[in-house]
Design a protein around this ligand. Structure first.
Ligand SMILES: *[C@@H]1O[C@H](CO)[C@@H](O)[C@H](O)[C@H]1NC(C)=O
Ligand SMILES: *[C@@H]1O[C@H](CO)[C@@H](O)[C@H](O)[C@H]1NC(C)=O
Ligand SMILES: *[C@@H]1O[C@H](CO)[C@@H](O)[C@H](O)[C@H]1NC(C)=O
Ligand SMILES: *[C@@H]1O[C@H](CO)[C@@H](O)[C@H](O)[C@H]1NC(C)=O
Ligand SMILES: *[C@@H]1O[C@H](CO)[C@@H](O)[C@H](O)[C@H]1NC(C)=O
Length: 446
């Protein structure tokens, strides 16, 4: 009997298919036929297109091959391609392709994939997402003709999301595709990292979102397989911990790490991020550890813990923001009997300011102030009172989107009925206003 699967749409659309024998469904569709189908499809009406797919592409209007000869970008996703086709058919049709999207086709044999790419000597980008490529292959060399061996290193960016490709196969593939720098392996269901026969230092960026790995020990193995990684994206996965001990050996070059929507749940995991020797950019949205805090608190608590991080959630951390965050952290842990190690580090660091405050008649060094922008509450924020009015204006300017000359600040000493006091002098330090928690600063646009 006929296996229908996704082909049954054709049955619904075309009465004539009913009389075709089951061979029609097993028919292979080559790369070139798919290409011709697709580009004639844009001119012909839909009915004709179906006849092309189920019948022979030779029926349609004469087709000028040279039309594809110069093409550098080919998008053939979802075209039903199963195979490369006759030898040299691709190289004579479209030899100049640099970017090729073959996502959502019916390629399930790597031999065919290699026959396609070994004909495209300029190929730099290849998308194979959503082809079912689950073969375990230890050695690709039997699939590659000697004369094609030189073509393969041209590929720089390789997308294998949602292909079920085993990591062992990826390793053997990379042994041939030595130019790949940017590799996407998301949605392949990996729950462990197998040993690799060699290291692949050319891979700079790896995306492996939505895997099934829970323990850092496995992730660490990735580092040994790809020692040149500068970017690792690993979001939406059940990772529960980060073990710091071997990080410098595992990820010596890593600068950018995305851990959004993982299951990290302790501050030790966060502190472990300090042990990556080069890490400066980390994304940590949607982790259970921080659920209980407001967005502002999340950011401040993370910044205070991570002196080496320059960008959090892709937003640059300004010097002033870090200072505020560290003060917030100290305040947050002040009454903690057993404060984290970082607490004493930060107290040591901000101690100078505290002594300076003592000299200044015990003025506070920070206060929780409510900001009111044109009579609307803006936010409540812990601010550093050792800064000048001008520097506060600069800070606020970012949030209200008005440059400092475009607004003025007025201090309201809540509890005294003296009204608003305009903060005229840019150089005046905030502590000289004797600000305290709960006071207000009004921002008036001019
Ligand atoms: C690769 O294919 C997938 C599936 O069609 C698509 O979502 C993705 O945007 C493609 N990637 C690129 C960079 O073209
Ligand atoms: C993964 O691919 C399958 C088909 O192979 C598709 O049904 C599924 O929606 C894809 N998953 C995602 C998240 O894109
Ligand atoms: C799959 O790869 C593309 C690159 O085309 C990437 O943008 C996308 O986020 C990936 N999908 C997942 C789930 O990571
Ligand atoms: C995850 O991190 C990226 C930064 O790389 C950010 O742009 C994105 O919005 C985050 N996504 C979620 C779902 O948190
Ligand atoms: C990440 O950044 C976004 C916007 O930049 C913010 O809403 C979110 O609170 C931040 N999360 C953390 C943990 O810093």
């Amino acid at each position: 009997m006929v296996k229908l699967s996704s082909n049954n749409y054709f049955l619904l659309f075309l009465g004539i298919v009913v009389i075709m024998d089951s061979q029609a469904f097993k028919r292979q569709l080559s790369f070139k036929d798919a290409l011709l189908n697709k580009y004639s499809l844009e001119e012909d009406d839909e009915e004709l297109c179906f006849i092309h797919i189920s019948g022979s592409p030779k029926h349609k209007a004469p087709f000028d091959q040279s039309e594809h000869y110069q093409k550098r970008i080919l998008t053939l996703d979802g075209c039903g391609i199963t195979c490369a086709g006759p030898d040299r058919e691709i190289i004579t049709t479209c030899p100049n392709v640099e970017e090729l999207d073959l996502a959502k086709n019916k390629l399930s044999n790597f031999e065919e994939v290699l026959r396609i790419i070994s004909q495209l000597h300029k190929l730099e980008f290849l998308n194979l997402s959503e082809n079912y490529l689950s073969q375990k292959i230890d050695d690709f060399s039997p699939f590659i003709e000697d004369q094609d061996r030189d073509a393969l290193p041209s590929i720089k960016k390789l997308i294998l999301n949602n292909t079920s490709v085993p990591l062992e196969t990826v390793y053997s593939l990379l042994t041939c595709l030595t130019g790949v720098q940017d590799l996407y392996l998301s949605l392949n269901g990996y729950d462990n990292i197998p040993e690799a026969p060699e290291q692949y230092p050319n891979i700079r960026s790896l995306s492996i979102n939505k895997h099934d790995i829970k323990q850092w020990d496995e992730v660490g193995k990735l580092g040994f397989v790809f020692p040149g990684l500068t970017t690792l994206r690993m979001s939406e996965c059940p990772l529960e911990n980060i073990t710091p001990t071997e990080l410098p050996q595992q990820f010596p070059e890593l600068k950018i790490l995305n851990l959004n929507d993982t299951l990290l749940n302790t501050w030790e995991d966060i502190e472990a991020l300090k042990c990556f020797p080069q890490l400066t950019d980390v994304s940590l949205m949607g982790i259970p550890l921080l659920n209980q805090f407001s967005d502002q608190e999340k950011r401040q608590l993370l910044i205070a813990r991570l002196p080496n991080i320059e960008k959090l959630n892709k937003t640059k951390i300004m010097e002033e923001e870090r200072e505020d965050a560290e003060r917030f952290f100290i305040r947050h842990h002040m009454d903690n009997e057993n404060p984290p190690l970082r607490y004493s580090e930060l107290v040591a660091r901000h101690g100078m300011l505290d002594r300076l405050a003592d000299v200044n008649l015990q003025a506070k060094t920070s206060a929780m102030i409510s900001f009111i922008f044109d009579d609307q509450p803006l936010f409540k924020r812990e601010i550093n009172l050792m800064q000048s009015t001008a520097s506060l204006k600069k800070y606020l300017s970012k949030f209200i989107g008005i440059p400092p000359p475009g607004f003025k600040l007025l201090y309201h000493d809540v509890g005294f009925c003296v009204g608003l006091e305009e903060m005229w002098f840019g150089a005046k330090k905030l502590y000289t206003f004797k600000m305290k928690d709960g006071d207000e600063i009004h921002i008036w646009s001019r």
